[in-house]
Design a protein around this ligand. Structure first.
Ligand code: XMP
Length: 508
């Protein structure tokens, strides 16, 4: 971001690159992730105050292993190499990397030297996370070994004269107890950071930038009620009051009271809130459709059409706003502005004739977006909302979607979310799924033949994999009893005990 001191994170394929970038920001310094193929000119243009080499899965000697020119180490900018980054520095400067006789995985104790510039007061025995199969067997000339573990004779090294530091362990993860403090020392003691990055500063800068870009033009935003589009809407309504139109398309697959909550959250803000009741239109399209992918495609295409219809009615605003966030940018592998497919549903038509795109959250991680949401006084249920698929409840109803099934699922889902939400159990995402199975039950003296509801609750950090949450039986019992008593049409409740893989979080 313009004007902030920046730390460049060079990506060598490690899984923790985003974590490193977030930690640096938490320390009050702006960070950017760039591919290792970035040119020296591009690096110079960023004027980084420090460069961090990430870890990576390869061996530095493997053919095609990611590398960077040796000159990156000669820019006069301090460098910190982490894991693979340490091994790459070693290779670039003429040291030796060798395979470990026994790999080290997990949290263990390292001995950190007392007079290390990088570690400072965090010396002695420290708990660190190690995860490597190669190690630095001979540091490059001029480097001093500053840490070791039982199996790894060189777990850190430094050359303060050259401003190059390296650690075999991962300071960015929580398992490395003083890891953040060590990163903080790299930033403030080595790179002499000013600590000029904060969310309130980001907000002010974005407001200025949006005003500059948009001038007196009008901006259109597709508001889904999710965290990103909601925070973007709140920010824009503050930056350009009266110039923003938010289109909220109610496809009829939202959860209980959700549409009202979204309307309420934006009432009183300086924007045009266009509530489009498209329920009929979506249900009609889905009549008779049972295949999950077909449902998703139909909803995506219909969403794009509905958005286009409404956009036309809004008198051709010049700008389209999107809630793109930094991980979307990093994942797409580009740093250029592209109209990315809509976050939630299908793709937005690109021929609406917009003059430009406004993406005020483009530089932020999810936790930063949430902080911003709170600063902008959005309600907590929106700011901390769990992921909710764009096609909504339509893909949590197995088989054909009907109004009757939607009503059943909405009620049951509200009970599940209320009960797990107020329990002390950790579950990162939880909801109800209406299966297409009907079974025989007995109520009073009568036989019933009604739907089976499944409860899904998972623990996950990244939503790429998950474990099912081990909910206590008392809680499962309470939910089953409430659902079968309060929701007419459901006579059986089951709990989904599969992890991902092999299952996915959603059922469709
Ligand atoms: P799966 O089912 O693939 O879901 O394990 C992983 C995470 O993604 C969410 N999800 C979606 N989010 N649009 C979204 O914005 C979608 O179409 C969509 N489908 C799944 C899901 O809720 C889970 O958190």
């Amino acid at each position: 971001m313009a004007n902030n001191q920046t730390v460049l994170i060079l990506d060598f394929g490690g899984q923790y690159k985003e974590l490193i970038a977030r930690r640096v920001r938490e320390c009050g310094v702006y960070s950017e992730i760039r591919p290792n193929s970035i040119s020296l000119e591009e690096i110079r243009a960023i004027h980084p105050i420090g460069i961090i080499f990430t870890g990576g899965p390869d061996s530095v000697y493997a053919p095609g292993a990611p590398a960077c020119p040796r000159e990156v180490l000669e820019l006069g900018v301090p460098v910190l190499g982490i894991c693979y980054g340490m091994q790459l520095i070693t290779k670039l400067l003429g040291g030796q990397v060798s395979p470990c006789s026994k790999s080290e995985y997990g949290t263990l104790t390292a001995e950190l030297a007392e007079d290390s510039v990088l570690f400072g007061e965090y010396s002695g025995s420290q708990r660190v996370l190690m995860s490597h199969t190669d190690f630095v067997s001979a540091p490059p000339a001029g480097f001093r070994v500053t840490a070791h573990t039982e199996l790894c004779p060189c777990a850190a090294m430094e050359n303060p004269e050259k401003g190059i530091y390296a650690v075999q362990f991962h300071p960015e993860v929580e398992n490395t107890v003083n890891g953040k403090a060590i990163l903080n020392r790299f930033l403030y003691t080595v790179c002499r950071a000013a600590g000029d990055y904060s969310m309130s500063d980001y907000l002010e800068k974005q407001i200025r930038q949006v005003r500059e870009t948009v001038g007196s033009g009008r901006v259109l935003l597709g508001l889904s009620g999710g965290v990103d589009s909601s925070v973007a809407a709140a920010l824009l309504s503050r930056a350009i009051p009266g110039q923003l139109t938010c289109i909220y398309i109610d496809h009829g697959f939202m959860r209980k009271n959700e549409t009202e909550e979204i309307k309420k959250a934006f009432a009183g803000r300086d924007l045009d809130f266009v509530h489009v009741d498209a329920r009929e239109r979506f249900l009609t399209r889905l009549r008779g459709v049972t295949d999950p992918e077909q449902k998703r495609k139909i909803i995506g295409a219909e969403f794009a059409r509905a958005f286009e219809d409404e956009a036309k009615k809004c008198g051709n605003p010049e700008f389209l706003a999107q809630g793109t966030i930094y991980p979307d940018v990093v994942e797409s592998g580009t740093n250029s502005a592209v109209i990315k497919s809509h976050h939630n549903v299908g793709g937005l038509p690109e021929d609406l004739g917009f003059k430009g795109v406004v993406e005020p959250l483009r530089g932020l991680f999810k936790d930063e977006v949430r902080k911003l949401g709170l600063m902008l006084k959005l309600p907590r249920q929106i700011v901390f909302r769990q992921p909710f698929p764009g096609p909504g409840l339509a893909i949590r109803i197995i088989g054909e979607v009907t109004e009757e099934k939607l009503d059943l699922l909405r009620e049951a889902d509200a009970i599940v979310r209320q009960e797990i939400g107020r329990s002390r159990c950790r579950a990162d995402q939880f909801f109800a799924v209406l299966t297409n199975v009907r079974s025989v039950g007995v109520m009073g003296d009568g036989r019933t033949y009604e739907y089976t509801l499944a409860i899904r609750a998972v623990r996950t950090n990244d939503f790429m994999t998950c474990e099912y949450a081990r909910l206590p039986h008392t809680l499962l019992n309470r939910m089953a009893s409430r659902i079968t008593n309060e929701v007419k049409g459901i006579n059986r409740v089951v709990y989904d005990v599969t992890s991902k893989p092999p299952a996915t979080i959603e059922w469709e």
